[in-house]
Design a protein around this ligand. Structure first.
Ligand code: UDP
Length: 327
């Protein structure tokens, strides 16, 4: 298949692109490199461009002639979205509408979309199933939910087929340690804890230990990035025009912030200095997936289910690439 990938030089996008390339698909990666890295992709596949530049987007897509689009390009930090909501509405909503307009004009009717468990807000119970109410707590979560609704409208109006993949916490690095997580600035828990293990940071601050969870810290479902890539490939092969798929991508197990720190100490053999801090705005106490729908709809389930194995792959990447892609 010929696949157009927005944000394919980013963390999850680059792992998906690699799997698709290895499976023999032809790729065009459209990325403005605001968060992505040249070193994460094949130079011959990369077009440096912005979704706001509709002329370039249209030209690139019509030259390439894709059969499907995978859309990763987005602003993704929950905390930042609370402070800069308009940036999120522009990048994640307006620019995605640009993409849809070009897809419609070129009659591309298959879209795999990076959605998020942040669409749920505070779910009524755990684990989370896809039919639970969606009341996002942050502008970030709202932008992703809005786009899912826009896709459903386009599906009815002109036959768009879409898969909204609601990721839980993407983590880990490629098994061959060639690509991994590199955000600047880094805000995610596992890479921050690993930076402490590497001596690049003095300590990790725990954002709140007064949550209604067994150890008082937030619980998340950490899902390996190679498992996410596998789910994207399956979604692509399952999609047909007009089809609507919404699937949670998680392991089904939740781990607290303190557990992540303890397991990282075990994996790295290093002492992790910890500082207790206040809660972070927009955080939900506990989020973990019911992954049964992914099995039913995509024939998918996470292969890396052990937190220690997930952190081990991340540790190998950070140890071998202490400055990330270092561009
Ligand atoms: N977290 C933390 N300290 C940090 C970064 C994150 O305590 O320096 C907590 C955060 O409050 C959340 C969990 O770790 O409960 C995972 O946060 P992350 O930003 O990695 O992912 P998110 O759940 O926001 O997508």
């Amino acid at each position: 298949m010929r696949i157009f990938i927005t944000g394919g030089a980013g963390y999850v996008g680059s792992h998906c692109a690699r799997l698709l390339r290895e499976s023999g698909h032809e790729l065009c990666i459209y990325d403005n490199l605001s968060a992505g890295h040249r070193g994460a992709v094949e130079a011959s596949e990369l077009v440096v461009g912005d979704l706001a530049d509709v002329k370039k987007l249209h030209q690139t897509m019509s030259d390439f002639g894709p059969e499907a689009v995978m859309h990763f390009a987005a602003s993704t930090a929950v905390g930042e979205s609370v402070k800069e909501p308009l940036l999120y509405y522009r990048n994640n909503v307006v620019n995605t509408v640009n993409l849809l307009e070009v897809m419609k004009s070129l009659e591309v009717k298959k879209l795999v979309f990076s959605s998020t468990c942040a669409t749920y807000g505070v779910p009524p119970k755990m684990p989370i199933t896809e039919d639970m109410p969606t009341h996002p707590l942050s502008p970030y979560g709202r932008t992703k939910l809005i786009m899912e609704q826009v896709y459903a409208d386009c599906s009815r109006a002109w036959g768009l087929g879409f898969a909204a993949l609601r990721y839980f916490n993407a983590s880990g690095a490629s098994f061959d340690v060639t690509i991994g997580e590199d955000h600047k600035p880094e805000t995610h828990l596992i890479p921050i804890v690993l930076q402490v293990a590497l001596g690049q940071r003095e300590q990790v601050e725990i954002f709140g230990d007064d949550y209604p969870t067994p150890d008082g810290t937030c619980i998340r479902d950490y899902i390996h990035v190679e498992d996410l890539a596998d789910a994207h490939q399956r979604a692509l092969l399952t999609l047909t025009p007009g089809k609507q798929i919404i699937v949670n991508l998680g392991t089904g197990s939740g781990h607290s912030v303190k557990e992540v720190i303890d397991v990282t100490e075990k994996v790295t053999g290093k002492k992790i200095n910890v500082k207790m801090g206040p809660r972070r705005e927009g955080d939900t106490p506990s989020l973990y997936a019911d992954p049964t729908n992914g099995q039913k709809v995509l024939g998918w389930q996470a292969k890396v289910t052990n937190l220690e194995d997930i952190i081990q792959t991340a540790w190998e990447w950070h140890r071998e690439h202490p400055n990330g892609f270092a561009e």
